[in-house]
Design a protein around this ligand. Structure first.
Ligand SMILES: [Cu+2]
Length: 389
């Protein structure tokens, strides 16, 4: 304290300036750290990392109100999950302003054991994240275009009522962020995709995902939920890199896909199979991004006891279905019981497509059921078969 008084006596003006600057820096750092802590806590709750700016002014934009909608709803940030994960069921009985943060980057990742591919992504993944909402919610979409190539992108949500499904409102140039508010009037399981021109290129390069809008009463509880999305890739080998595939618009026009895959790449759900146990009820949220082919979705060795065709969650479901048709741009919700343990293949039953990647595995663990499934000899696998493991 003596030194403090001595300094103040000797150089009062200089000392006051230094003291003021010091206090300003300390308060400023504290405010920044507070906002950064708030942002970090929020982001840690998400499974998908965000690239939206962490600065306070953008936080205010992220959670801004929608006065035109004349609503005062609680503001909630949506939990977004990477396939095959699904966000938890909605347990509220009231609508919210649901904030959905999406961005676009180009990501070079393996498309097969041999090749990589420059995917156009939502939040860095193909398919894009699964979004779960409730009918009556107002969805606030913050869309940030981080594609360094300079392409413009947007999002057409099939669950949105209005021209373009929101695409024109969300068209974002390079480094631009767009925000749109959409009241969800209709329940169902829906596709979203980029609809910037040329649309076939934006879809067939990976820009799509699934969104569930739950009915007011919610969905019946099940034990396991999986997010699986089929799509095609139209490719030709790169002239510059022997390990890289590039997009071929000509092959897309001819409807001759190089790959027909589940969850973005060949072997995605073979390398990491879906897991369940006997006695569990299983639900698939299955989408088909196309862009050209319909899917004949089938789980070999299981019968779907409920199929909500076309993603219609209001009408009574179809019962006891072997194969269900899912058109490009469509989705379906499928349920069945895990009864007999073992490895189940699921395929597009247009069966040549298994050679292009349209096969995955569901492994069901549990005690054998010889009362249902029994042979006199040990099971034997056919050599070279892609369906049985
Ligand atoms: Cu796009």
């Amino acid at each position: 304290m003596k030194l403090f008084h001595r300094l103040r006596t000797v150089k009062p003006k200089t000392f006051d300036i230094v003291l003021s600057l010091g206090l300003t820096c300390a308060v400023g750092t504290g405010v920044y750290q507070y906002y950064k802590y708030q942002c970090d806590s929020l982001l840690e709750a998400q499974e998908t990392p965000k690239k939206h700016s962490l600065f306070p002014e953008n936080m205010m934009k992220k959670f801004k109100k929608a006065p035109e909608l004349n609503l005062e709803l609680p503001v909630v940030e949506a939990i977004l999950t990477k396939a095959p994960g699904i966000p938890p069921p909605i347990d509220r009985d009231y609508p919210v302003q649901l904030v959905v943060n999406l961005d676009t980057t180009i990501e070079v990742k393996p498309i097969s054991k041999q090749y990589k591919y420059p995917y156009w992504t939502f939040n860095g993944t193909v398919p894009g994240p699964f979004i779960r909402a409730r009918v009556g919610d107002v969805m606030q979409v913050n869309y940030l275009n981080l594609d360094e190539t300079g392409m413009a992108h947007n999002i057409d949500f099939h669950c949105v009522t209005g021209p373009g499904g929101g695409a024109e409102m969300l068209l974002a140039e390079k480094d631009e962020e767009k925000t749109g508010f959409f009241k969800l009037l209709t329940s169902g399981l829906f596709i979203y995709h980029c609809a910037a021109g040329p649309v076939p290129s934006h879809i067939s390069n990976g820009m799509y995902g699934l969104m569930l809008v739950e009915p007011e009463e919610g969905l019946p509880k099940v034990d396991k939920e999986f997010y699986v999305m089929q799509s095609e890739f139209y490719c030709e080998p790169s002239d510059d890199d022997p390990k890289l595939m590039e997009h071929s618009y000509a092959n897309g026009l001819d409807e001759k896909p190089t790959y027909v895959v589940f969850n973005g790449r060949e072997g995605s759900l073979i390398d990491t199979p879906l897991l369940a146990n006997t006695g569990e009820r299983i639900r698939f949220y299955f989408g088909n991004a196309g862009p050209n082919l319909s899917s004949s979705f089938h789980v070999i060795g299981a019968i779907f006891d409920k199929v909500f065709r076309e993603g219609d969650l209001v009408s009574p479901p179809e019962r006891n279905v072997q194969v269900t048709q899912v058109p490009p741009g469509g989705a379906t919700m499928i349920e069945f019981e895990a009864i007999v343990p073992g490895t189940y293949s699921f395929v597009d039953h247009a069966i040549f497509r298994i050679e292009k990647g349209a096969v995955g595995f569901l492994k069901i663990a549990g005690a054998p059921r010889p009362d249902i499934y029994h042979g006199m000899d040990r099971p034997k696998r056919c050599p070279g078969c892609k369906l049985h493991q």
